[in-house]
Design a protein around this ligand. Structure first.
Ligand SMILES: Cc1cc2nc3c(=O)[nH]c(=O)nc-3n(C[C@H](O)[C@H](O)[C@H](O)COP(=O)(O)OP(=O)(O)OC[C@H]3O[C@@H](n4cnc5c(N)ncnc54)[C@H](O)[C@@H]3O)c2cc1C
Length: 226
């Protein structure tokens, strides 16, 4: 199915944003933007006793799929590979929103949620997915680093979750204060507003075993994500 033929974010019964629906965004470009800007996804899965867990994972978007991988030794990844329905979220924090009241204080964010069933990838498709995940974290690294061995591949479950049923919520702007608080003279001198948040990377640190004469690759040196 082409991207245009897939349901718009928030357009199915179980992905329709109900609470604060004004923050819902319904175009797939926004969905792709949030997924491409995120570095960590959280994936829900239940164990054999029905206990829910939420696993943070590295991930990448490839077209209309979210790709992530884990160990064959992980019972939770095996449950996902066996077809257990899941929910995956990616959250980007853009700032703290300090309202006059604790109740109205909030965060500025961009978040995406995907529901569905992941499929285990194999062969060249799996290898390409592993490349996508590595390249999503640091473009340029895949061609430079040692490629996965058959033994490493055998120890890995690589999953693709289709972007068929998704939703996106975005909050931006200042506090949405209660009119009674705005009119309350005792709160007139209380600071309110937003504290923006930005992602930054520090200076690369050479591993102890890395030779001093080995140059820092250009894709590492000064790496900034847009
Ligand atoms: C950084 C951050 C902090 C938040 N803090 C709080 C908090 O402290 N308390 C609180 O109540 N809420 C918080 N939210 C909002 C929260 O994620 C839910 O949107 C909200 O709780 C509404 O839940 P609901 O089940 O009533 O949503 P409903 O509107 O009933 O959910 C229906 C559908 O909307 C979609 N949806 C819901 N939430 C999101 C989302 N965040 N992103 C994408 N799709 C979504 C899903 O597809 C879901 O199935 C926060 C969100 C973010 C990103």
């Amino acid at each position: 199915m082409t991207s245009e033929a897939l349901p718009a974010p928030g357009s199915t019964e179980r992905t329709r944003v109900r609470r604060l629906a004004e923050h819902a965004v319904n175009d797939r470009a926004a969905l792709h933007h949030v997924l491409d800007a995120g570095l960590v996804a959280h994936v829900a899965v239940r164990d054999d006793n029905g206990q829910p867990y939420v696993i943070p994972v590295a991930f990448a978007r490839r077209g209309d799929q979210v790709l992530f991988h884990g160990s064959t030794g992980s019972r939770l990844f095996r449950a996902l590979a066996d077809g257990q329905p899941t929910c995956l979220t990616v959250t980007l924090l853009d700032g703290l929103v300090l309202a006059l009241s604790a109740f109205e204080s909030s965060m500025n964010y961009r978040s995406a949620m995907v529901v569905g069933v992941a499929q285990r990838l194999t062969g060249d498709d799996e290898l390409d997915a592993l490349r996508c995940i590595t390249e999503h974290l640091l473009p340029g690294r895949w061609d430079d680093c040692r490629q996965p061995t058959p033994k490493e591949r055998a120890a890995t479950i690589t999953l693709a979750l289709p972007l068929d049923e998704c939703s996106v919520k975005i909050r931006s702007g200042g506090p949405d204060d209660d009119p009674d608080d705005l009119a309350d003279p005792s709160l007139t001198h209380l600071w309110s507003g937003t504290i923006p948040m930005h992602e930054t990377f520090g200076t690369p640190v050479r591993a102890d075993h890395c030779l001093a004469e080995t140059l820092v690759p250009s894709y590492v040196d000064g790496w900034q994500r847009s």
